[in-house]
Design a protein around this ligand. Structure first.
Ligand SMILES: Cc1ncc(C[n+]2csc(CCOP(=O)(O)OP(=O)(O)O)c2C)c(N)n1
Ligand SMILES: [Mg+2]
Length: 385
């Protein structure tokens, strides 16, 4: 394991007693870039990208952060019903997302804006969902990015089933494909997650579990979820488990690349725990000041994934001020375009919720559909008179 990064012990006040959680975990993880922006080596995980690729990671980090910030702003301005921010988790998402190949399939939870960005998914989709004008269904053929799962850990079972299918179709081996499922630390307490590990293990499926341990399941700390960190649990299911510095984009890339490749070639599933921190409340509906304090946030600000990466790019002369300024202005353009698109999203037709459910629509559902159409029309008549 690389550099040991020990979280600062929490102050022993009554308010903070619960969050000493992280100090009970083994904090060792794979790290290639320290919080100060110093490159370090790891015996098992290496990364060698082109200069353009290194710069591209910075661009991904910054643009996805700005788009995410717009989610929070739009919710505060009354334009979205809810926004689950990924602030602080960009390196985990960009690093793992960039290690994916086009043929791989992603099963997200509900906070994976960064993965969507690198995957080339139309970025409007989570905004439409949280504006309440989209039901979340999507055609996954082109980008292989499955639907958001709000039901905690349910996507781990969807992914396990899908990955079994990939293996049974013989789509592993040379030029094989992998499946990655994103989930949180809280999800590890669910039966679904543990069942998914069993199925993936015994069928040796090409599935990578990517746990973003942001240290909170809403207000509950790691101490309320597990006695040993998730990556260690993998061994009991017969798979390798690796803990990576989730705020280090290079380490997240290297570890994901290695374990995805392992899956693609038919060597089976694995579990990555990206140790990171949720800088925003759980969602815009949550008040995190009720269960964590400013000192903890300050500590994690010092581990910011983008600041350390920029420091390193500068030190290596891989990017200069002009480059950073061009990324900022590109990010602003994306944000403006996104805002405009969000404001102009149209309301769905009332019949949309009945579509794409059954190939042959049963009579009872046809009747409900007709009732909904008539009800909708009656509202329009009422507003005209
Ligand atoms: C089956 C289920 N139980 C409870 C909830 C309510 N809930 C929504 S988010 C959440 C916490 C999830 O925490 P974690 O898995 O760590 O993901 P994070 O939100 O931190 O990304 C809970 C309990 C839910 N959505 N689904
Ligand atoms: Mg969490």
């Amino acid at each position: 394991m690389g550099t040991v990064d020990r979280p600062r012990p929490a102050k022993k006040t009554a308010k903070n007693r619960r969050k000493s959680a992280s100090s009970t975990n083994d904090p060792e993880f794979v790290q290639l870039l320290t919080p100060e922006g110093r490159r370090v080596d790891h015996p098992d995980y290496h990364l060698s990208l082109t200069d353009d690729e290194y710069r591209g990671l910075y661009r991904d980090l910054v643009i996805s952060r700005e788009l995410d910030a717009q989610g929070t702003a739009l919710q505060r301005q009354g334009q979205l019903g809810l926004w689950p921010s990924m602030l602080g988790q960009e390196a985990a998402q960009i690093g793992s997302g960039r290690a994916l190949k086009p043929k791989d399939t992603v099963f997200p939870a509900y906070r994976e804006l960064g993965v969507q960005w690198v995957r080339g998914v139309d970025i409007i989709s989570p905004f439409a969902l949280f504006r309440g004008v989209d039901l979340g269904g999507r055609d996954v053929e082109a980008d292989r990015f499955q639907i958001y799962s709000i039901v905690i850990a349910s996507q781990t079972l969807h992914a396990a089933g899908y990955a079994m299918g990939v293996a049974k179709d013989g789509a592993v081996g040379d030029d094989g494909e992998a499946v990655i499922v994103y989930h949180g630390d809280g999800a590890t307490s669910e039966g679904d997650f543990n069942e998914a590990l069993i199925w993936a293990g015994v069928f040796n499926s090409p599935l990578v579990f990517f746990c973003q341990n942001n240290q909170y399941a809403i207000s509950e700390t790691n101490a309320r979820q597990f006695r040993v960190p998730p990556y260690k649990r993998a061994e009991g299911f017969g798979l390798p488990g690796v803990r990576v510095d989730g705020n280090d984009v290079l380490a997240c890339y290297a570890v994901s690349d290695s374990l995805l490749q392992r899956a693609r070639s038919g060597e089976g599933p694995s579990l990555i725990e990206a140790y990171t921190y949720r800088m925003q409340p759980h969602t815009t509906s949550d008040d995190a000041t009720r269960y964590r304090d400013e000192a903890e946030l300050d500590y994690w600000r010092g581990k910011d994934p983008i600041a350390r990466y920029r420091t390193w790019l500068e030190a290596e002369s891989l990017a200069d001020d002009d480059y950073f300024a061009s990324v900022d202005s590109e990010a602003s353009e994306h944000v403006l375009e996104l805002r405009e698109r969000v404001m102009n999203l149209s309301d769905p037709d009332v019949t949309e919720m009945f579509d794409s459910v059954y190939a042959d629509v049963p009579p009872s559902l046809e009747a409900e559909r007709a009732e909904a159409v008539a009800f909708r029309a009656s509202l329009d008549e009422g507003s005209e008179s």
